[in-house]
Design a protein around this ligand. Structure first.
Ligand code: TYM
Length: 330
């Protein structure tokens, strides 16, 4: 049995990219593995969310996890900050993390470029906290989207480095994972780049039908003029279609494209129908769950208890290997 772990930052409602890149894989993997899924609220602090929004953001993702099908009886579902062992291990792991390596991380360089006024140390050491999340449960499979691949590479480096430095075999080297094989990147509806929470190019699990239809209708395509290669925006629409629609529907539109008879308006109507089929039932369940405060609190509390037990066991072994003896053996 594999130990599976993954998380999503609590920085806004989940979109189709989060769902197909990560969450849907979580739901499948919980059936036959030892699974840990969490809400990365500490990671969300790098972008300074308002204190008044902080708790609501966490609660929203918890409801979205459950609505998408995570079952707290089948997996350990928790909030990162409920596990103080994570913050402690993060301090220890920071000593093995070289600044030069962190500065070369693609996600860090992108943040520096996009937000030069907010290059905080938490942003630099973001991969160290993420590696801690993974190593603290000694996970070996990490379902994530394509954009997280480099963070997994860094996690493997730290696992290896710790094991070598302390002559131990404490941490396995984890792999990024997608149920269908390759890691994926869901593009946005704006014709370029990936779907993101702050990009204004996403369909969210919380969107209602009118919002979905409006967004899909406005998605960028091309003029329909025949060229040798498919344009980027149209390729993107096909990529989204390939995850939400049935294979024969995708083939139908691919053939129409090849024949030059495609009508983007029809393709978008079909795409909107198929997105609605996936997300609207989830939206209904999210709305229900958000009404059920007692249940959400119970799930969070039980998850924290289970996760702390596993985290504390790893931390204890790690500290022992590093030479800590603690008060009782002073
Ligand atoms: P985050 O919150 O940015 O995204 C959560 C998950 O969604 C995936 N994702 C996508 N997949 C495909 N196409 C897209 N357009 C798309 N957008 C987002 C991400 O790859 C990710 O799997 N650092 C992580 C959270 C994290 C974590 C961890 C993950 C913290 N600790 C430990 C795994 C293990 C993050 O910011 O993801």
């Amino acid at each position: 049995m594999e130990t599976v772990l993954s998380g999503i930052r609590s920085t806004g409602n989940l979109h189709l990219g989060n769902y197909y890149g990560a969450l849907r894989n979580f739901v499948k993997m919980q059936e036959s593995n030892r699974c840990f899924f969490f809400i990365a609220d500490l990671h969300s602090l790098t972008t300074h969310p308002k204190a008044a929004d902080f708790h609501g953001n966490v609660r929203q993702i918890l409801a979205e996890y459950l609505a998408a099908g995570l079952d707290p009886e089948k997996c350990t579902l928790y909030v990162q900050s409920d596990i103080p062992e994570i913050s402690e291990m993060y301090v220890l792991l920071n000593m093995l993390a070289y600044v030069g390596e962190l500065e070369r991380t693609a996600s860090f360089k992108e943040k520096v470029r996009k937000h030069p006024q907010n290059v905080n140390a938490g942003l630099l050491t973001y991969p160290v906290l993420m590696a801690t999340d993974i190593l603290i449960h000694r996970a070996n499979k990490v379902p994530v989207g394509k954009d997280q691949e480099q963070h997994l590479e860094i996690t493997r480096v730290y696992a290896r480095r710790f094991n070598n430095m302390y002559g131990a075999n404490l941490f396995p080297e984890p792999d990024a994972y997608n149920f269908g094989g390759e890691l994926i990147k869901i593009p946005g509806l704006d014709g370029s780049g990936k779907m993101g929470k702050s990009e204004g190019n996403g369909v969210f699990l919380m969107d209602d039908e009118a919002a979905i239809r409006k967004k899909v209708k406005k998605a960028v395509t091309d003029t329909g003029e025949k060229t040798d290669a498919m344009s980027e925006p149209v390729k993107n629409l096909f990529t989204i279609m390939s995850v939400v629609s049935a294979p024969e529907v995708v083939s139908f539109y691919r053939e129409a494209y090849a024949a030059g008879s495609i009508r983007y308006g029809d393709m978008k109507n079909q795409l909107a129908d198929d997105v609605c089929k996936v997300t609207l039932p989830i939206r209904d369940r999210i709305l229900d769950l958000l009404q059920n405060e007692d249940y959400l609190r119970k799930v969070r509390k039980n998850g924290a208890e289970k996760a702390r037990e596993s985290a504390a066991a790893t931390l204890q072994e790690m500290k022992k290997l590093m030479g800590f003896k603690g008060l009782e053996r002073a």
